[in-house]
Design a protein around this ligand. Sequence first.
Ligand code: NAI
Length: 336
Amino acid sequence: MAKHTIVVIPGDGIGPEVIGAARRVMEAAGLSVDWVELPAGATAIEQGFENVLPARTLAAITAHKVAIKGPVTTPVGKGFTSVNVQLRKKLNLYAAVRPVRSLPGVKTLYDNVNMIIIRENTEGLYSGIENEVIPGVVTSLKVATELACTRIARFAFRYATKQHRKKITVFHKANIMKMTDGLFLNCARRIYEDEYPNIEYEETIIDAGCMKIVQDPTRIDVLLMENLYGDVVSDLCAGLVGGLGVVPGSNIGDEAAVFEAVHGSAPDIAGKGVANPLACIMSGVMMLRHIHEDAIAQRIEKAYDEVLAEGKNLTRDLGGNAGTNQFTDAVIARLK
Ligand code: NAI
């Protein structure tokens, strides 16, 4: 019997290509695993499941506690609620963790970015409570609860401490949204003062904060934000280190964790074999650390760092010509 049972959700668009690559790399690096493959997204409907987030997929994640997931397509302005939003709410995956670091051989404006973005994953404007007041007037409700704000603040300080980080910066707009962002700030400040006074703490209004990130991302260590801000700022920060193809992510709750790249299903390149699988492989590495397979995680990390530094097998988004499989094979060849 394999040591781990992990749910794998290939997803839509480039999902199956990048998830396939991550699986191959983890297996080649020695992970003893039984994959439980289940669908979500448009693929689930195509396969005859009852909806985009089948009960069987949810039940498997609940049972096995860990999943790696490819991106899924969400219709814009109409149609079903995002699978990701549903998944995070139903499994209470309240913390999104997205490390953003400069990579060897990937040329960008900065070469020493090393930050962690922590995003509240269950409420804010992503609560999806929208309503038409009268024709031509619609509203969207921004929800903040003391429970969720305190929970994510405590998670962020605990995570920062475990990762030996020195400073937490909270991005907010409490000058305008005095109650919702005000509550988020108050909760973060309280956790800092009462529980983690040894970590440096700062509060920055998000618009100025974004400008500062672009001017000098090295001043950021750990960033803590509510849902929508975290979604937007993660992509901004991905741009600092080489784009969406190189930034991993995880959605963590007390009972389960789902690992997935920051990028979407990239319909423009789906099925062409050119997607960069690195973000998904890196999400796999985060997952391996979560399940205490640190040695395998380190082996994979070293292998892709070497492939990037060598520069011969880079995918198109990083300025090379390698396809998804060529890059993946190069990483596997470097595993020691
Ligand atoms: P996207 O991230 O799919 O694509 C944005 C751009 O980045 C495209 O030009 C794409 O080709 C490129 N790109 C993304 N990942 C790449 C990779 N691994 N390698 C090379 N290039 C890559 O964002 P977009 O176009 O806004 O969204 C497409 C769909 O994905 C939408 O339906 C959206 O809702 C969904 N989405 C799903 C997510 C998830 O399931 N976690 C996250 C973000 C978006």
